[in-house]
Design a protein around this ligand. Structure first.
Ligand SMILES: Cc1cc2nc3c(=O)[nH]c(=O)nc-3n(C[C@H](O)[C@H](O)[C@H](O)COP(=O)(O)OP(=O)(O)OC[C@H]3O[C@@H](n4cnc5c(N)ncnc54)[C@H](O)[C@@H]3O)c2cc1C
Length: 449
């Protein structure tokens, strides 16, 4: 019976294993170093914040794996030998495979800062990082101040986590506005304000120069490069992005770039070896997507696709329209299609931005200047229906149609109704149009003829 070995039990590896099992009775071995059982990485923050226990982050009961005949090995693979078709673990155990799936995820970036390996300096990625955070920052007596370096999604999560224990936080963001490499300026500005309102000491245009130790080799302070200011702290959170976790493959003969290089079938240059999830790098980016896409849904979609190929139905990875969701403190963010920030948008991309005068709610809709085709939408604090935007993007709908029918896309009609007319009238004024809002229609939403 064919033996499929998967390295990494994150969302990518686990999805592959589950779908292979749905489609076949192949022998499956899932190897992972971090935890015995799969857990949801995106839920780690809620464990520290006391909303759930670690066990609650595990979507499957422990018996699930045995019942589905998926062998779990808790260990670290330090070598892959494609000639012999064998992987070797750090305890020298060897496991041979017929097909190998590399799904080893990411690791937090470290840019060679002086002091980056001191005690009290850490990333936020793994279960072990969470445990370390409990030691480094159990409360505001042990951790009198934390400094977070890097203004992305994980940085703001870490800030939120620490604030729930009343730990003062200084947040160093190199850019002149939060996450403005991804968000258009109106949205980025709203999040700057929201961060400050949550009593987080946000420092824009501030990068880390060095981390200084005390006499016991623990972090004592950080120095800001731009100003030379020294800030005393007991914890430094390094959240300046992630990189594919692939160092162990250096001498394997598998082609590596930033990640493990794959084609559209998620195949590497070595026969019978595949890579998926955060650690995979497309030879050629797909549409506007980045060649390495470190997001949850990507891992899941790649896992489903690869399972098809491995079970005899060769399937290209076609992720469809880009979408994602996240949270900035208590503001929910959703994005569908492409809404680029000023520094990345083309001349033809026009934006319509609406922001509520008092509450932290806003939307930005992108469309093409010449064809008026809808390109994408970002929403903050207003929950939208994925399927509707997906359909409008596929149908290449006109911006007027989208604005007129926004109620169909909204998940929360009571809430939204209040803002609908404001949004449409601002659009009409800005673009000299006369769009009439259309009432929500279940027929349209569910495609009932
Ligand atoms: C705090 C946090 C919050 C996040 N929030 C969001 C979010 O809101 N939305 C979103 O889209 N994404 C989010 N992400 C990103 C998302 O979690 C990742 O994109 C996703 O988990 C990647 O899945 P993966 O299966 O590719 O890899 P991983 O989940 O990293 O799993 C890989 C596993 O392989 C193991 N491994 C690595 N090397 C070896 C080896 N040599 N031998 C054995 N095992 C090995 C690792 O220890 C790890 O357990 C978040 C990430 C973090 C850290």
């Amino acid at each position: 019976m064919e033996h499929i070995v998967i390295i990494g039990n994150g969302i990518a590896g686990v999805t592959t294993a589950r779908h292979i099992r749905k489609l076949s009775d192949k022998k499956i071995t899932l190897i992972s170093a971090e935890s015995e059982y799969f857990f949801s990485r995106t839920a780690l923050m809620y464990v520290y914040m006391g909303h759930m226990k670690f066990e609650h982050t595990q979507p499957y009961e422990n018996w699930f794996w045995k019942k589905n005949n998926i062998d779990l090995v808790h260990g670290y693979v330090d070598q892959v030998n494609p000639k012999e078709k064998v992987v070797t673990l750090s305890d020298s155990t060897s496991i041979s495979y017929d097909k190998l799936v590399i799904a080893t995820g990411s690791k937090p970036n470290k840019f060679g800062w002086p002091g980056q390996d001191l005690e009290g300096v850490q990333g936020l990625y793994s279960k072990q990082d969470l445990e370390l955070l409990e030691q480094n920052a159990p409360n505001n007596k042990v951790c009198k101040r934390a400094v977070i370096v890097g203004g992305g999604l994980i940085g703001i999560e870490l800030a939120e986590m620490l604030r729930t224990r009343n730990i003062p936080v200084t947040f160093l963001v190199r850019e002149n506005s939060f996450w403005n490499g991804v968000l258009p300026s109106g949205e980025s500005q709203m999040i700057n304000e929201h961060i400050l309102e949550h009593h987080i000491d946000l420092r824009l245009n501030a990068s880390l120069q060095e981390i200084k130790p005390d006499e016991n080799g623990r972090v004592k302070s950080v120095v800001i490069a731009e100003t030379g200011e020294e800030i005393a702290c007991n914890l430094v959170g390094l959240t300046a992005g992630v990189t594919p976790n692939i160092d162990f493959l250096k001498d394997s003969g598998i082609e590596l770039g930033r990640g493990v290089k794959v084609n559209r079938f998620l195949e590497t240059n070595v026969k019978d070896i595949y890579a998926i999830g955060d650690c995979a790098e497309q030879h050629e980016p797909i549409g506007n997507r980045r060649p390495v896409e470190a997001v949850w849904y990507t891992g899941r979609m790649m896992g489903e696709t690869l399972a098809q190929t491995l079970c005899g139905n060769p399937t290209e990875y076609r992720p469809g329209h880009w979408f994602n969701s996240a949270k900035f403190l208590d503001i929910e963010y959703q994005t569908y299609g492409w809404v680029f920030p000023e520094k990345r948008k083309t001349k033809n991309e026009l934006h319509f931005h609406w922001r509520h005068p008092k509450q932290k709610l806003c939307i930005t809709i992108a469309f093409d200047r010449s064809t008026q085709t809808f390109l994408g939408i970002n929403t903050f604090g207003i929950r939208m229906r994925h399927e509707i935007f997906d359909r409008w993007l596929t149908e290449k709908r006109n911006i007027d149609h989208v604005v007129a029918h926004l109620a169909d896309a909204n998940f929360d009609p009571e809430f939204y109704r209040t803002f609908e007319s404001e949004i449409v009238s601002k659009f009409n004024v800005q673009f000299g149009k006369n769009i009439q809002t259309q009432k929500k229609s279940l027929k349209r939403i569910f495609h009932i003829a």
